[in-house]
Design a binder for this molecule. Sequence first.
Ligand SMILES: Cc1cc2nc3c(=O)[nH]c(=O)nc-3n(C[C@H](O)[C@H](O)[C@H](O)COP(=O)(O)OP(=O)(O)OC[C@H]3O[C@@H](n4cnc5c(N)ncnc54)[C@H](O)[C@@H]3O)c2cc1C
Length: 296
Amino acid sequence: MQNFEYFAPRSLPEALALLENTGQKVKILAGGTDLIAQLHAGRAQPAIIIDIKNIPELNRLGWDADKSLHIGAAVPISTVVDFPYFQQRFGMLHQGCSLIGSTRVRNRATIGGNVCNAAPSADSAPALLCLGTKAFVANSRGTRVVPMLDIFRGPGKTSLAANELLVELEIPAPPAHSAGCYLRHTPREEMDIAVVGVAAFLVLAPHSKTCQEARIALGAVAPTPIRVPTTEALLAGNSLNKELITQVAEKTAEAASPISDIRSSAEYRRELVRVLTRRALKAACVSLDIQIESGD
Ligand SMILES: Cc1cc2nc3c(=O)[nH]c(=O)nc-3n(C[C@H](O)[C@H](O)[C@H](O)COP(=O)(O)OP(=O)(O)OC[C@H]3O[C@@H](n4cnc5c(N)ncnc54)[C@H](O)[C@@H]3O)c2cc1C
C-alpha cells in the first residue's frame, strides 16, 4: 500500500478547508469497507486521507418536522437500520441496507460510502432513487442539493468535485397509500455482490386499486443505478393486476441494458430483471393489501 497522510478533522469547516487545500490526490474515508480494499489492491492511491467519522455534523440522524429523514454521511448502516420507524417508513431501503455485507461490515460502513463508491450494484441505490432522495454536498464555499439520480456518473464515478464531500442524505416521507420493495439476486445468500437489484415503489390513488404513481429502479444492469421511466408510465393511472405487472416486468427487462461479465451473462441479467421486477411489484401490492395471483 502506498504511503499517505491521514487527517481526522473534528468539524465540517475543518474537513472542507483540508479538502480545498489538498487538490486531487485526496480520498474521504467513512467506514473504509470499500476504500481500504481499494488501497490494498492499489486501485486507489491517495496522497491524503480525510477520515470523516469524528465530524459531528456528519453523524446526524433524525427526522424533520415533515417526517423526512436526514442521514449523516458518517452514520453506520447498522445505526440507520435500527433507527426507530426507519423500517416502517422506508421498508424498501431497510431491505437494501440490511443486505449490505455482514453485521460487522454494516457496523462500519455508511450509506454515504455506498453511494459515493458508485458501484452499479450498490444495494442502497435503487431504493434511494425510488424514494426521491436528495444529497447535500458541500465545499468550503457552500452547500448544494443534488437529486440522487444526478450523483451517479459511471462505475466508481460521481458528480462530486474533488473539493466536495457528501454531508447527508435527505429522504422525504413517502406519500400516503404507498409501498415499495427491493430484491436482489446473488449466487450466495450473503456477503456477495448483486448480479441484479430491483426496487419497485407504488403509490395508490386514494380508496382505489389504481396506481397513481410508480417508480422502478435497477442496479447492476447499466454503468450506474437507473430509473425506468418508460415502464413506470405503464403503471401510472392503471388498475394493478397480474396482466399489467407481467407486462411491466417484461418491458422493464427490455429497457435494461446489462453487460456480460464474470458474474453473469447479459441474457441471464435481463431475465433476472423480469423476474425480480415482477416479484417486487407483487410484494409492493401485498403491502398495499392488493393480492396478485402468484407466478414465477
Ligand atoms: C465483505 C464486504 C461485503 C460487502 N457487501 C456489500 C453488499 O452486499 N452490497 C453493497 O452494496 N456493498 C457491499 N460492500 C461494499 C461496502 O461495504 C459498501 O459500499 C459500503 O456502504 C461503503 O461504505 P463505507 O462507509 O465503508 O465507504 P468507504 O469505503 O469509506 O468509502 C467508499 C468510497 O466513497 C467515498 N466516500 C465515502 N464517504 C464520502 C463522503 N461523505 N463524501 C465523498 N466521498 C465519500 C470514499 O472516498 C470512497 O471512494 C461490501 C464490502 C465488504 C468489505
